[in-house]
Design a protein around this ligand. Structure first.
Ligand SMILES: Cc1ncc(COP(=O)(O)O)c(C=O)c1O
Length: 561
């Protein structure tokens, strides 16, 4: 093991920050102890210089002069600084512990690595999408253990590199694994800015810019849905948006649920297709509605809800004394990309909505024992229906003149959950829950009125304190990345992305294929789904190589698309 001697006079030419040198001077004036000098020096050395296999020998010039610079004495001093309860021996409370100029230098270097490894290599089709390692090997390689002492900058930069290297490159043109992919640089700038500003979107006083931004982005998204007014909130993902929608639907029918819990509600049912996202199931379990109370509606050959089956199932559950709570439709199902027929489903919902019965009927229901009700199978009423549209990935078709017909009828929904982090590439996470409601349902349902945050006598309009509309306390400003990206490319640019994702690729590949004469195959959309290549294998001449060629050739022709 190499031994390195450190002296209290800062080593010259090795990058000791000027600010630190000045501070050291100040401390001397305040009578900085030798131990503290040693501690500071040792901390600085460990953070900035220490190499593997080195051991520090710390010596102060004064200690040297007094002949007390033996390594044993120094190590003892080092330990007493940490373990002593004598206030004079404790580390200086004025020491900020974080060195900002050092930190900013580190960040600059880390950014270079991020740009090179994640953004340049990560989007280069010639590079790999993933660098597979077995979990045990990867754990070893990453040296996961967290230790008592910090590490030097160079080693930390290597760690940044390793994390980038062994992570999946979701911006790679051949990452097709999930419903998010790609990178938008303006949105990414927004994401970096959010991280750097590190604020909490609950009150205007702590997030003035983001409260206004979120309000505007939600308004613009609602406008695309076709609502001139309403409400909404950015949520941590589409699953949460869907759960919030369920909770709101229940609260709208049974506001007592907020204080009385499940005692206040009868058996509730949710209607959705087997192709809807699993978050509906999770939500039912989480909210105490129960997964058995999800009524699965049949779908047609294209994976779309059959409205006639929905109607039958609604009537059946009502005859069993259950209360239909909501219909959860999907615009762009997770696996097949199907769009449920919203207009026809809204017709069914409206037919089964008898708003007039809400008051007296509900009071009658409240006064009867829940168990008794279910035993008697009283067909007691029809409730206001909440039609929730999950449009986590498909919602973005609303930008496109050409494709927005897929969501015809969406304006008749009560709520829409929309993930711009999917088709629009806003970056994880960006998920908006939009509501047609103008009665402040979100806030009434989720608020807890914490007095340390949401005082009512502030110097500005307290309606700007949007944080009580969610079940979270702290909340990220997910609106910023979408706002910046939207500003950068406009609604037209976002529509172009949707159009390209939906239909541009197949015609371009076909054009190139014909012009180069390498093969011939037709394409077409399937129902309301995007184009697919319709390969017909009839000839006895077709070999396995021809099949391989087909796939390789499609890939080659569409390589840059
Ligand atoms: C239709 C639909 N709803 C909800 C979700 C869940 O969204 P998140 O992953 O943001 O929770 C997905 C995810 O793929 C989805 O496809």
């Amino acid at each position: 093991m190499e031994k390195v001697e450190l002296r209290c006079d800062w080593p010259t030419g090795c990058g000791a920050p000027r600010r630190k040198r000045r501070r050291r001077g100040k401390r001397k004036r305040r009578g900085m102890t030798e131990q503290r000098q040693l501690l500071t020096l040792l901390l600085w050395w460990r953070k900035n210089v220490e190499q593997e296999g080195e051991e520090a020998i710390v010596a102060t010039s004064r200690a040297k002069q007094r002949g007390r610079d033996s390594p044993t004495w120094k190590v003892w001093k080092w330990q007493t600084c940490f373990h002593s309860h004598d206030p004079a021996e404790l580390p200086d409370m004025n020491d900020p512990l974080i060195d900002h100029s050092e930190g900013q230098l580190f960040l600059n270097e880390a950014f270079k690595i991020i740009i090179e490894e994640v953004l340049c290599k990560g989007t280069d089709v010639k590079q790999k999408v993933c660098e597979w390692k077995e979990p045990e090997d990867l754990a070893l390689l990453l040296d996961l253990e967290l230790r008592a002492a910090g590490e030097p900058q160079q080693r930390l930069l290597q760690r940044v590199k390793d994390v980038a290297k062994y992570s999946i490159k979701t911006s790679h043109p051949r990452f097709f694994n999930q419903l998010f992919a790609g990178v938008d640089y303006h949105a990414l700038a927004g994401r970096f800015l959010s991280e750097a500003l590190n604020t909490n979107l609950y009150t205007y006083e702590v997030a003035p810019v983001f409260v206004l931004l979120e309000t505007e982005v939600l308004r613009s998204l609602r406008q695309l849905v076709g609502w001139t007014e309403g409400d909404g909130i950015f949520c941590p993902g589409g699953s949460t948006s869907n759960m919030f929608a369920m909770n709101l639907a229940r609260y709208r029918l049974f506001p007592e649920v907020k204080s009385q819990g499940l005692w206040a509600v009868p058996r509730l049912t949710i209607f959705t297709s087997a192709e809807s996202h699993y978050s509906v199931k999770k939500g039912a379990a989480y909210l105490g509605i129960g997964t058995d109370n999800i009524i699965v509606v049949k779908v047609d050959e294209g994976g779309r809800i059959i409205p006639e089956d929905l109607e039958e199932k609604i009537e059946l559950t009502q005859s069993q004394g259950a209360v239909p709570l909501l219909v959860s439709c999907t615009s762009g199902t997770t696996v097949r990309g199907a769009f449920d027929p919203l207009d026809r489903i809204a017709d069914v919902c409206e037919k089964h909505t008898t708003s007039g019965c809400i008051g007296p009927e509900r009071d009658r229901f409240k006064s009867v024992d829940k168990l008794l009700l279910s035993l008697l199978k009283v067909n007691y009423m029809l409730h206001v229906f909440c039609c929730v549209f999950q449009a986590a990935w498909g919602g973005s078709v609303l930008f496109s003149e050409q494709h927005r017909h897929l969501m015809k009828g969406v304006a008749r929904a009560n709520s829409v959950a929309w993930n711009p982090h999917k088709l629009l590439m806003a970056g994880l996470q960006c998920s908006a829950l939009l509501l047609q409601d103008t009665t402040n349902l979100l806030k009434k349902c989720h608020s807890a009125n914490a007095t340390y945050l949401f005082q009512q006598d502030k110097c500005y309009d307290v309606n700007l304190d949007v944080g009580d509309k969610t079940v979270q306390c702290g909340r990220k400003d997910d609106c910023l990345k979408l706002w910046l990206m939207w500003k950068a490319v406009g609604s037209i640019g976002l529509a172009e992305r949707v159009d390209k994702a939906f239909n541009l690729v197949a015609p371009v590949i076909k054009e190139r294929m014909i012009k180069q004469g390498t093969m011939m195959v037709g394409y077409q959309p399937l129902g309301d789904k995007v184009n697919f290549f319709r390969m017909i294998v009839l000839s006895t001449l077709v070999s396995k190589e021809d099949m391989d060629f087909f796939l390789d050739e499609i890939e080659r022709l569409g390589n840059d698309l």
